[in-house]
Design a protein around this ligand. Structure first.
Ligand code: NDP
Length: 303
């Protein structure tokens, strides 16, 4: 299968490319920079969709970019880098004479309202309540295909929690303070911490790209891209300290996080949701890292 990956140069895209190539598929990445096995967003716009059977969008300005202050220009980039690229792909798919059989958008769990008690599966009702949930709403809406195309192209939305892996994402920024023994819980530590190992997220995306036997439903199928283990920030902090053999005695209060990161962004660390991958499990997906200990051991290299 030929797969086109928007934002495929990033943390998740590199893992997905490795997996798809290993399975014998051919990958072309859409990037802002030209290069081998790449096209640019400008080329997509002027030449239309290249021949492919599967399309994924992973493009987006990094929400945890440590080099950017939380201000209007950054927020605008968070929206436009996701919505404009997703719209460009859904429009190119709709205009193609030979549309792919699968179109996969990777969004996020920020659509579910943080709560210490509520549990969210893929079919849980939600309405936007803050900046990031509004982003998810607009982002997923921009992926929708017209009905005539949705009859043949399967639409999938995958909502990951924090993606954990060795060479990118949140872990890259967290490992150093934890190694130095400066790690600790964030906020109260009681908040749920939905997470997934990057290998499993790549596996869920690869499964979603496979053609389905039945004609697709006209609406996107949603899969929660989280591990089945339900953990809190405290569990994560203690397990990471344990795996690294380091103390984790320096809690970071919520107000410090809000001041450093901006409260609209800090919410992804100081609050959380209990997200259940109900449909992902029902689909038969086999997790390689279903629990924190196995995931963290692989990441810090003690497995
Ligand atoms: P990365 O931060 O690694 O970025 C992916 C790619 O997006 C980059 O390689 C870059 O490609 C492209 N990109 C970055 N900024 C812009 C911009 N301003 N305009 C257009 N393209 C841009 O993302 P991840 O791989 O970590 O995540 C993939 C997707 O999954 C993202 O949409 C993210 O929001 C979502 N997600 C990720 C989570 C995580 O923990 N990592 C958690 C939940 C959701 P290039 O430079 O080649 O153009």
């Amino acid at each position: 299968m030929r797969v086109l990956i928007g934002g495929g140069t990033g943390f998740v895209g590199r893992e997905l490319t490795r997996l798809l190539t290993h399975k014998g598929h051919e990958v072309t990445v859409i990037s802002r920079q030209p290069g081998p096995a790449k096209i640019t967003w400008g080329e997509l716009e002027s030449n239309g969709l290249p021949p492919c059977e599967g399309v994924v969008n992973l493009a987006g300005e990094n929400l945890m970019n440590p080099f950017r202050w939380w201000n209007e220009s950054y927020k605008k980039d968070l929206f436009s880098s996701r919505i404009d690229t997703t719209k460009a792909l859904s429009q190119a798919i709709a205009a193609s004479v030979s549309p792919p059989h699968s179109w996969v958008l990777v969004s996020g769990v920020a659509c579910y309202k943080p709560s210490l008690t509520a549990q969210y599966a893929e079919d849980s009702e939600w309405t936007p309540f803050d900046l990031l949930s509004k982003l998810v709403k607009e982002w997923e809406a921009s992926a929708l295909l017209p009905e005539s195309v949705a009859k043949t192209t399967k639409q999938v939305v995958i909502r990951p929690g924090a993606v954990l892996g060795r060479d990118g994402g949140a872990m890259k920024q967290m490992l150093l303070p934890f190694w130095l023994g400066l790690g600790g819980t964030l906020g109260s530590g009681r908040q749920p911490f939905p997470w997934i190992h990057v290998t499993d997220l790549a596996g869920i995306i690869a499964q979603a790209l496979e053609p389905s036997a039945e004609p697709p439903s006209l609406l996107p199928q949603v899969f929660n891209g989280v591990a089945p283990a339900l953990n809190t920030n405290y569990d994560f902090t203690k397990e990471l300290g344990h795996v690294l053999r380091r103390p984790t005695v320096f809690p970071v209060p919520g107000f410090v996080m809000n001041t450093l990161m901006g409260s609209e962004r800090a919410v992804v660390l100081t609050q959380g949701q209990k997200v259940i991958p109900k449909r992902t499990l029902e689909s038969g997906f086999q997790y390689k890292y279903p629990d924190l200990i196995s995931a963290l051991k692989e990441i810090v290299g003690s497995q």
